[in-house]
Design a protein. Structure first.
Length: 179
């Protein structure tokens, strides 16, 4: 079926649908997208295209991402908890590797994935480790300040406000921490 670079649907359409599937929640559509990834993984390497990190391993990465979402501990849980941990470790490694090279896009994807997996404290820790110097307006994920608000971590929120040179936010965070 896949011999001699054969394929049965337009590979650019497959790639587009799989890329858009990262916005899906757990459910039957997620499972269908996982099936598309399984199909894409069997294509010849020359037909799989090239992606930037954290999706540099193509359909394998998209499949891991979708399995994290499918197994996240919010209804309807349809995935495997082991695949959640494996997938998160995969994206964390990519985020750390890319951050060491000066790129934070993979870290931003990782933070969003942690949020979708209902792990706000881990998302905050990752953002602090990998994104602290970023201008929050340029991120595709919530920045340290927003994550700290969500987590109720007012000390981190105060530190983020201080780093942004925001005295009002710094004072408000200190007051909120006292309550």
């Amino acid at each position: 079926m896949f011999a001699e670079d054969a394929y049965h649907l337009d590979t650019s359409h497959l790639a587009s649908v799989v890329q858009m599937s990262t916005y899906l929640s757990a459910g039957p559509e997620n499972l269908l997208a996982q099936e598309l990834c399984a199909y894409g993984r069997r294509l010849s390497r020359s037909l799989q295209g090239h992606n930037d990190a954290p999706f540099d391993e193509g359909y394998d990465d998209y499949l891991a991402f979708l399995k994290v979402i499918a197994g996240a501990p919010t209804p309807p849980r349809i995935g495997n908890p082991v695949e959640v941990e494996t997938g998160l470790a995969r994206f964390r490694a990519k985020a750390e590797r890319e951050a060491a090279e000066g790129s934070t896009y993979a870290a931003q994807v990782y933070v969003n994935l942690l949020l979708r997996a209902n792990r706000p404290a881990e998302a905050l820790a990752a953002a602090k480790q990998l994104l602290l110097a970023e201008d929050e307006r340029q991120l595709i994920c919530p920045g340290v300040g927003e994550l700290a608000k969500r987590a109720g971590d007012f000390e981190t929120l105060a530190a983020a406000a201080q780093a942004r040179n925001d005295p009002v936010g710094f004072l408000a965070s200190l007051i909120a921490a006292q309550k």
